[in-house]
Design a binder for this molecule. Structure first.
Ligand SMILES: [Zn+2]
Length: 378
């Protein structure tokens, strides 16, 4: 048991031996399956050593990522490292220019840009800009250009405005385009808050993974990445804090936060939810003993102990990296039916933890609508 107070037996970490595995650099379809990926920015050097290299990998994002990747690789030689292209954060795609390619004296081609990425990155990612709701001409232009390339070391990035999930026709169109891709697709949605935060979006998200036949990675996601993996995603990549679990729209900002609200969101695997430390301290455990966490970071300390100081945030984010890997540990080597059955048990168990916690703190703990969708039959 990883936590006191609550228990969801299906989320207990697997103790099965993990055979050593090389970094399948340059071979997307060999490298991506059977690994849990993480998305990391400024804390990458601290998070990388916590990841099980034979069952995981790391996407490095942010302006400093190209400068830090070399050091992180030399410190963690067995860990797959993939650089996110800047275009996904900074550029609006258009039909004429779906990709952001360096201009100037040496006008770069898409092929040349991907070669350039591969000097540092174990796989290349198309520098696709963000695609506006319903802009199918641009979506198709990105597909068409990427499909011209014959290489096994790349992914087609599709950073979609989250409104694509609101409309039946748009969802169908997105599925159809993904199914025509020659290359694995790196799929993510943009929003200034959780892009898959409603029951409607959670259903649309599941449908995309269920109905696509091309390999798709659920990228910059939260625990909905496990719903994707249970419904056919090749892998998911989950960030250790909220702005890494989505893409912020170009030029936008996430919600501004006061310092106390910067206390970390902590993953409670048994409940399948991230909960802000402040919320637990003020609401859940104001007059009841806290949940204790027995991961290698917390070592039995209270789950609600952390505040907004940088070193405390890092501890919380490290806890998230370790516990995301715990959750994935039972998915390794399962086929899709096995993964779906495991997710069904985990989500049913997560719903059960709510009355357990409610009895302990003597107040109601509502079940989130998105968890209800995850727990529903597909
Ligand atoms: Zn912990």
């Amino acid at each position: 048991m990883m936590f006191t107070v609550i228990d969801n037996p299906s989320t207990a970490p697997s103790t099965a031996f993990v055979a050593p595995r090389p970094v399948e650099t340059g071979d997307a379809l060999a490298l991506l399956p059977n690994r849990q990926f993480h998305v990391s920015n400024v804390n990458a050097a601290g998070e990388a050593p916590l990841i099980n290299a034979s069952a995981g990998g790391l996407f490095l994002v942010g302006d400093r990522a190209p400068k830090t990747i070399e050091q992180i690789r030399s410190d963690n030689p067995g860990l797959p490292l993939i650089l996110e292209p800047r275009a996904m954060r900074k550029y609006w795609a258009t039909e004429d220019k779906p990709f952001l390619l360096p201009g100037g004296l040496f006008q770069s081609t898409l092929d040349g840009e991907l070669d350039w990425q591969r000097l540092d990155s174990d796989l290349a990612i198309t520098p696709t800009g963000q695609i506006r709701v319903g802009d199918s001409a641009t979506l198709k232009a990105a597909l068409r250009e990427a499909n011209k390339l014959d290489r096994s070391d790349m992914m087609l990035a599709l950073p979609m405005a989250s409104g694509w999930m609101n409309n039946e026709q748009h969802v169908k169109q997105l599925i159809a385009v993904i199914n025509r891709s020659r290359h694995p697709v790196l799929l993510t949605f943009t929003s200034s808050s959780n892009p898959v935060g409603s029951a409607r979006r959670a259903k649309a998200y599941r449908r995309i993974f269920k109905e696509t036949t091309a390999p798709v990675v659920a990228y910059r996601t939260d625990l909905v990445g496990f719903d994707a993996v249970a419904h056919g995603a090749l892998a998911s990549a989950i960030g250790s804090y909220p702005s890494l679990r989505r893409l912020t729209p170009v030029g936008g900002r996430g919600f501004a936060m006061d310092p106390e609200v910067k206390s970390p969101h902590m993953l409670i695997t048994d409940m399948l939810r991230f909960v802000r430390s402040t919320h637990m301290r003020r609401i859940w455990f104001a007059s009841a003993a806290s949940i204790q966490c027995f991961c290698v970071i917390c070592r039995g300390a209270d789950i609600d102990r952390l505040h907004g100081e940088p070193h405390e945030r890092r501890l919380g984010h490290n806890h998230n990296v370790v516990t995301i890997d715990h959750l994935y540990s039972s998915y390794r080597d399962l086929d899709e039916a096995g993964r779906r059955a495991l997710w069904a048990r985990q989500t049913a168990g997560a719903i059960d933890t709510h009355p357990q916690l409610a009895a302990h703190i003597n107040q109601p703990v509502p079940v989130d609508n998105v968890l209800k969708v995850w727990a529903s039959a597909s």
